[in-house]
Write a new protein. Sequence first.
Length: 575
Amino acid sequence: MQLTGLGVSPGVGIGKALVLKRGTRDLRFRVPAFLVDREIERLMDARAKSREQIERIKERIARSAGAEHAYLFDAQLLMLDDAMLIERAKGTIRNERLNAESALQRALDYISALFDQAHDSYLRERKGDVADVVGRLCMNLRAAGDPTDLFKDLEGPLVLVADEITPSVIAQLDWQRLAALVTDAGSWTHHTAILARSIRVPAVAGLRNASTIVAPGALVAVDGTTGEVLVDPDRETLSQFEVRQKRREAYEQSLDAYRELAAETVDGVQIRLEANIESPDDAVRAIERGAEGIGLFRSEFLLAGGGQAALTEDAQYRAYRTLVERASPRRVTVRTFDVSETQLRIEHAAVEGTRAPLGLRGIRLSLAMDEIFQAQLRALLRAAAHGPLRVMFPFVSGLEELRSAREAVARAADTLRSRGTPVPDVPVGVMIEVPSAAITADLLAAEADFFSIGTNDLIQYCLAVDRTDDRVSRLYDPLHPAILRTVRLVARAGRRGRIPVAVCGEMASDPVLLTLLVGLGLREFSMAPAAIPLAKRVLRGLKASDARQAANRALRGRTTAEVEQALVELLSPVK
Ligand code: PEP
Ligand code: MG
């Protein structure tokens, strides 16, 4: 079987499918033979725990509402002993080597189908009770350990097949075991895809139903460049993929030669190439790949798995200090948390209410949660004593927000000084990723120390196309005339305001788009570390004057197709 999606992280990976359904919170995979008994033990432990919980609930209901209302839970207790449920699930674990969660789901599907056939409405309604019991069992299975811990016990290289998966789950996995990643949802600029590229795991997104049709344990071959996903390929096709894999590795190695070289065009224009990273540990790898500094540290990744503890000033200070020291003497730009309320996982009176994607996020959320923002700013200012650090605010929509954020920085500095801690001067910049910020870039340039254009968000909000929705990702086009004009506007505002302007969106890691951006006058870029050697190769073969000419022609394009044509005519394709 062959599936085709969107190649979002180049390279070829071959391995056994591990199917992960987070949407339904159902984790489906095949356990190795030697772990079958342990899997059954997990199920039995979950049953014991569920029994205790239901007994307690029953007692409470009986006490507060009378014994006659507790009968529902008697039915649930009986279900825990029903052979149709537990025995059936045990059989599935033993015979099909499926994990306990999916074995339970199977049993539930079977029982539900039986109940659906029943004419008795009372019986049909009992379906909900079985689902409730199965939900509780699964909850207890999950509580017994993080499902991702189980990966370590599975055999061979794995291809993770997921409906959707968050970067924080990927960040917790053992990447050495991950041959490739394929997802039903997602797109090139989805954070999971960005992360896959930075850890160099081939990935294909936008497959729609891969997590439903790929059987757990099936052999899967993935080409993250072309978007092809082969399920249980025959010997011959598999060996073709293996050849591709070798070729890809050789190509990557050939790029290694560029790591140490300067990012300078043929006509002597110096370009600054920095890296986008998600963890302080990535700094060393980024520098090895040829980064001149860290242009975007997505600080919100510190929250992944760390919860509240990661929010304290000291925990953050330690992380930023490590980052600055690892990158030293190179410059580091830290973006303050760019999360939504839900991601922050904090219930706070001040932010109750809307949970929309365009609700409280980025700088808005930080400004609404002063305590958390102050702790982050103090941690950053303290870390700045250990090396060059800049602070950048995400999702700024206008001058008021920049002023409020600057005022917050001044307050954090005052607090530190009153504690006797010296505070170095820290440049404060703005991400230009909301159209209103781009349009008022001249006003912002007068009060910001630098700009970094976040094309991932800027494009999606300029074009009103959700970057995580593969159904409209065709419309997500960096070559839309509106994007070219907007980037030119911001670059000009930066030049006139005499502040540096970088581009930190994924756009810069595409060779043709990088050329266009250089032609538009941009001289600083930040990208996934893995993209840096290729960017150097492109820049070293490019004349900035040709790029300028190409950009001028492209700017005259009235449609995306015309822009594209202008670029194709002027630039020999670089790959
Ligand atoms: C961007 O929006 O371009 C960007 C770099 O930030 P993120 O992808 O983290 O939203
Ligand atoms: Mg962004």
